[in-house]
Ligand binder design. Structure first.
Ligand code: PMP
Length: 354
């Protein structure tokens, strides 16, 4: 069987060596005679997996002891409500950068708990990561989405001079480049793009920020529970934690985040350069705000886009139609997506353009 070239936005392509190691660990984890899915979360073997995964995340991300590494069952959507539930009182205000579908969800959930001030917005086209218009007088925290998976924009650097800790939804670009920790109170990311399987999120939380959460929350809704109990208050997603560890080991083998950051920038630049010089294809996002992870683009007619999708399917390229709400096309090229696959897509775009 030949595997397809997978442009899916998530769950997405994972590194081949990780998949092979995982296959083996399903049968027998580290020579224990028991597979990873079958090990108790309280046992010695899983404890070793948890310690190894956490240590690798710290090493690869350059994350010190002032931050806690948390594994939370459920994806990033969970944090759209969990963050304000923890940090936003009824009379508090959160400043949110509105850059698309995902920030809209964060805004809607925050409004259930307190006040929302839109610090900047790229609506309705969502083709930039906008400059801050104005922060509110004393926000509780400032929320942004580092990479807008659907519209294909990515903050080159985090919002500048925030008057309160930054909270970042990094679901679609975490560990794709060096991690900006300064100014951040909390970074959360669903795992199914650059980290592992769906249904688990990684949270990198500044301990002093977590300490300011509202007390008295139910244990699984309280970030502090995960800090004090090492993400083991209940049975965690053991398999997800194992896979995140394997992905981290792969990132280290590749040379770390600086190397991946350069590689991802190079892969994306190939495609943007082709689109910018094409007569019939054009990129959606504006230069300076373009995502290196999700390249969104359109053809000059629905027929051209349909022709591309049909030809791509014939060549074993999958996942290119854009999100159902915005249409067009989208090539998601996360860490594990091979550079050669980008060349193959460019060749196809060129052929279909005629
Ligand atoms: N935020 C961003 C930026 C995303 O790309 C996604 C998923 N595509 C989510 C949040 C939601 O993730 P989940 O469905 O795992 O909750």
């Amino acid at each position: 069987m030949t595997r397809k070239l997978n442009f899916s936005s998530g769950p997405a392509a994972l590194p081949e060596p990780v998949l092979r190691r995982t296959q083996a660990a399903l049968w027998d984890l580290d020579g224990t005679g028991i597979g990873i899915l079958e090990h108790s979360h309280r046992g010695k073997a899983f404890r070793a997996v948890m310690d190894r995964t956490t240590a690798l995340i710290r090493e690869v991300g350059g994350i010190g002891d002032d931050f806690a590494i948390l594994f939370i069952t459920a994806g990033a959507t969970h944090h759209f409500s969990m963050v304000p539930q923890n940090f936003l009182g009824e009379t508090d205000t959160v400043d949110i950068c509105h850059t698309g579908v995902w920030s809209a969800k964060a805004i809607a959930e925050a409004r259930r708990f307190g006040n929302v001030h839109i610090a900047c917005s790229s609506a309705p086209t969502f083709d930039t990561t906008p400059a801050i218009e104005a922060y509110s007088a004393s926000p509780r925290y400032v929320h942004y989405t580092s990479n807008e998976t659907i519209y294909g924009t990515q903050w080159p650097t985090p919002p500048a001079s925030p008057p309160a800790p930054l909270v970042c939804d990094a679901s679609s670009d975490i560990f794709s480049r060096p991690l900006p920790l300064a100014d951040h109170g909390l970074i959360y990311a669903g795992a199914q793009k650059n980290l592992g399987p769906s249904g688990i999120s990684l949270v990198i939380a500044r301990k002093s920020f977590v300490a300011t959460r509202r007390p008295g929350l139910p244990p699984l809704a309280d970030y502090m529970t995960y800090v004090t109990e090492g993400s083991l208050h209940n049975t965690p997603n053991t398999f997800g934690i194992y896979m995140i560890g394997e992905v981290m080991a792969w990132i280290r083998e590749q040379g770390g985040l600086a190397v991946l950051g350069e590689r991802n920038a190079r892969k994306a630049a190939l495609l943007y350069d082709f689109l910018d010089h094409s007569k019939r294809w054009r990129a959606h996002a504006k230069p300076g705000s373009r995502s290196n992870m999700n390249i969104t683009f359109r053809g000059d007619s629905p027929a051209l886009e349909a022709a591309l999708i049909a030809r791509a399917e014939e060549r074993g390229m999958s996942g290119l139609p854009g999100h159902r709400d915005v249409g067009g096309l989208r090539a998601s090229i996360y860490n594990a997506f091979p550079e050669d696959g980008v060349h193959q897509l460019i060749q196809l775009l060129d052929e279909v353009e005629g």
